[in-house]
Every structure is written in structure tokens, then in C-alpha cells.
Design a protein around this ligand. Structure first.
Ligand code: DQA
Length: 149
């Protein structure tokens, strides 16, 4: 069965390209999605790339990933720093999660240093810009392979 990875994006990431490019870079979310599609093809995995400004959508999609035995690469955006619902959803769905952030959240305002998602993530990538998404995909593909052997 082809390995499936949900790539989930939280609030305001639909504004990438226009949104504080000095922090988040010049690529749009569509550019990032396209790069992820190419990398997924190279890795031989299937991806589902989604974005929502609503916390409940992200919870629903984590549950859906769990039902499909998929893994999750998530940029929870501002919900990183506030959402117990995302933490609970990841725990309940028992999905393997890699958390990704474009910026280095630890080098920014103190309120961004805390992540509710990190304690339930297998790995965290931050500060690599859009490249972090591709690194996360490669990591998830690698985790799957090592659990098969
Ligand atoms: C972000 C960092 C968050 O603190 C912020 O709220 C975002 C984007 C990042 O990708 O660097 O919206 O997750």
C-alpha cells in the first residue's frame, strides 16, 4: 500500500507570499504545495495538502489521517501556541506527526516559544523556511521505511 502523508497548514498560511515575507519568505502556499508534490513523487508517497483558518478543520483532518493510517506533517501556525484541541487530536488519533514552522519560533517573541504540538510530535523542524516541508516529508518517508524493516 502506498504510504500517505497529510500536509496540514493552519491559519494565515494562505497569505504566504504577501505575509511578512522577511519572516516567512517569498513563496506562496501553492508554491510550497507544488514543491511538496514533486518531492512526494520522488519519494513514492501520496500526499494530501490542505490549509484552513479554522481549528476544528485541523482537528477533523488529524482524525481523518488517523482513520486512513496516514502520517501528518503539520504547520499549525498560531494554533501551535494555543491549541490543546490539536494536542488531544494527535494523541487520540495516534498518528505520527512531524511539526514544521517556516521561521525559527525560538528566536522570536516569547509567546511563540511554547508549542502544544511538540510534546506529541515525533520531530520538529523550524527555521528552514519552505525547505522544512521537504525535509519533513523525507523524514516521514524514512520513519515509515525503518518501521517496515
Ligand atoms: C509559523 C510560526 C507561528 O508562530 C506563526 O503564528 C505562524 C507561522 C511558521 O511557520 O513560522 O503563523 O508556524
Amino acid at each position: 500500500m502506498v504510504q500517505k502523508i497529510f500536509i496540514l497548514n493552519g491559519p494565515n498560511l494562505n497569505m504566504l507570499g504577501k505575509r511578512e515575507p522577511e519572516i516567512y519568505g517569498a513563496l506562496t502556499l501553492d508554491d510550497i504545495a507544488e514543491n511538496c508534490r514533486k518531492e512526494a513523487q520522488r519519494l513514492g508517497v501520496e500526499i494530501e495538502f490542505r490549509q484552513s483558518n479554522h481549528e476544528g478543520d485541523l482537528v477533523d483532518w488529524i482524525q481523518e489521517a488517523g482513520q486512513q493510517n496516514a502520517q501528518v506533517l503539520i504547520n499549525p501556525a498560531a494554533y501551535t501556541h494555543s491549541s490543546i484541541a490539536l494536542l488531544d487530536a494527535i494523541r487520540a488519533a495516534q498518528v505520527t506527526v512531524v511539526e514544521v514552522h517556516l521561521s525559527n519560533i525560538h528566536a522570536r517573541e516569547a509567546f511563540r516559544h511554547k508549542s502544544f504540538v511538540s510534546p506529541v510530535a515525533k520531530a520538529v523542524l523550524c527555521g528552514f523556511g519552505a525547505e522544512g516541508y521537504l525535509m519533513g516529508l523525507r523524514a516521514l518517508a524514512g520513519f515509515q521505511k525503518s518501521s517496515e524493516s
